[in-house]
Design a protein around this ligand. Structure first.
Ligand code: 5AD
Ligand code: FES
Length: 329
């Protein structure tokens, strides 16, 4: 459905009537993508990053965090186990860690494809040739948030990164035939409601297949430690407006939402979301992959998270998706 910028702004600001907004987004979700909730097994395989985004807990400048990357074998083994407990999509996420060069990623993708899963990559800005090689190796989807469409704010949040370059990467990914996931953080310092409305219209305009929206949560070991952060309610309203703008895309109930409220993901699933990405990373790595504080499930295991979220989803009368759960247009 089309909404004007003004209409988006009005809905985003209207905390009083947000219940109506959530109900409407929930109705649209049910009508267009049904009651299935698609689970993606998220592997956080490296927290080494060449970038220095002010908001991010694994920024290069954070000298306190314990750095790790999984070996090729370890990553493939983690994916195998996740496939073994029923995940039909594996999301491989990391900092921008060039140890995973083009060929190494190709080998990993080819190995994991044998487990009969869809593969999503979330490893940041790379070259066209790399994106192309990984697509040819079998990667199905790519996830990279634009974070904000306010270019001045984007460049303040990382003076060495380029908004235009990130946008160009998104366009390359789309052209190569990946399903494209993008998204934003809500509640960044100096981010206005008007700017969030622009973000939503941007995501619609580029035709994302998936849109991830989460609150910004200030990390104590970053320059933004003393900022306010985003509220769960504003993040939920943003997500609900996204559902109204793009009826049939995949929208995750994000982990950051649950980090602000013990029912955050369930609230999201009842306000437009149809995807959850449980963590399937093993052991201490979960704790070290700390983009923001208060991250959930850091002491849990893949099987625990799978059954935990499975029960919660069934308790609200929804079903776990049985297919790959791609974007059905
Ligand atoms: N709070 C919330 N989300 C964050 N991300 C990174 N740092 C934070 C933070 N402090 C999000 C970004 C990134 C995704 C992987 O995690 O949107 O794209
Ligand atoms: Fe990890 Fe509930 S999803 S403990």
């Amino acid at each position: 459905m089309d909404l004007s910028r003004q209409e988006c702004i009005k809905l985003l600001k209207d905390e009083e009537n947000q219940k109506d907004l959530f109900r409407k987004a929930d109705d649209i979700r049910k009508q267009f993508v049904g009651d299935e909730v698609h689970l993606r097994g998220l592997i956080e395989f490296s927290n080494i990053c060449r970038n220095n985004c002010l908001y991010c807990g694994i920024r290069r400048g954070n000298k306190i965090v314990t750095r790790y990357h999984m070996s090729e074998e370890e990553l493939i083994e983690t994916a195998k186990k996740a496939a073994g407990i029923g995940f039909k999509t594996i999301v491989m996420q990391s900092g921008e860690d060039l140890y995973y060069d083009c060929d190494r990623m190709c080998r990993i993708i080819e190995a994991i494809k044998k487990f009969d899963v869809a593969i999503t990559l979330s490893i940041g800005e790379r070259t066209y040739n790399e994106y192309k090689a990984w697509r040819n190796a079998g990667a199905d989807r790519y996830l990279m948030r634009i974070e904000t469409t306010d270019k001045d704010l984007y460049h303040k949040l990382d003076p060495l990164m380029s908004w235009q370059h990130r946008f160009d990467c998104l366009m390359m990914i789309k052209e190569l035939g990946y399903e494209l996931g993008s998204g934003i953080m809500v509640g960044l310092p100096e981010q206005s409601i008007e700017s969030i409305a622009d973000d939503l219209l941007f995501l619609k305009n580029i035709g994302v297949d998936m849109a991830g929206i989460g609150p910004f949560i200030p990390h104590p070991q970053t320059p933004l430690a003393s900022e306010q952060g985003g509220s769960l309610n504003l993040a939920l309203r943003t997500m609900a407006v996204m559902r109204i703008l793009m009826n049939d895309i995949n929208i995750p109930a994000t982990t950051a939402m649950e980090s602000l409220h013990p029912k955050g993901r369930i609230m999201a699933l009842q306000a437009g979301a149809n995807v959850v990405m449980p963590n399937v990373t093993e052991g201490e790595y979960r704790r070290f992959y700390e983009l923001y504080p208060g991250k959930i499930c850091v002491n849990d295991t893949p099987i625990h998270c799978r059954s935990c979220i499975g029960m919660k989803i069934e308790a609200i009368g929804r079903k776990i998706g049985t297919g790959f759960g791609g974007h059905k247009k």
